[in-house]
Design a protein around this ligand. Structure first.
Ligand SMILES: [Zn+2]
Length: 141
């Protein structure tokens, strides 16, 4: 179960809308399981269908998260024209390369669907061994 302040949710949606027609991505940092800061990131794929973190930028963000005593609570991205559910590519890229072991089994994957631009839909998941998807409760506010 993850609870996200309305302000952080609005930041994620704004980042998503500003990246259209492409997917947007970012990291939500937390402290003791509570989201505290959203880091908007560049989609290195520059694609409406997939996202990928830019390596130097993600290193800088992960260092900042560690320096501030936060944890990587969630990996965020948008879907531009489909429901907020992990795609085959999302699940594959959540694994270590050439493996069926998840890179971040304790991290939430947050997906915001912008299919209806006026009514973004947020869903939360964990991506587990072999790319299995577990949907988690998420509330805004
Ligand atoms: Zn996706």
């Amino acid at each position: 179960m993850i609870r996200i302040d309305k302000g952080l949710f609005d930041e994620m949606v704004a980042h998503g809308l500003s990246n259209l027609p492409n997917e947007a991505c970012g990291v939500l940092a937390g402290k003791e399981g509570r989201p505290v800061k959203f880091f908007p990131m560049t989609n290195a794929d520059g694609s409406p269908l997939t996202y990928r973190f830019e390596p130097k930028e993600s290193l800088r963000v992960w260092n900042e998260i560690e320096d501030e005593g936060f944890e990587q609570l969630a990996i965020f991205h948008t879907h531009t024209h489909t429901e907020a559910y992990p795609s085959v590519t999302d699940r594959k890229r959540a694994m270590w390369a050439d493996s069926d072991q998840p890179s971040f089994p304790d991290t939430y994957y947050l997906i915001v669907s912008l299919e209806d631009r006026a009514a973004p839909v947020l869903r939360a998941f964990r991506i587990l061994d072999g790319g299995a998807v577990s949907e988690e409760d998420v509330t805004i506010g």
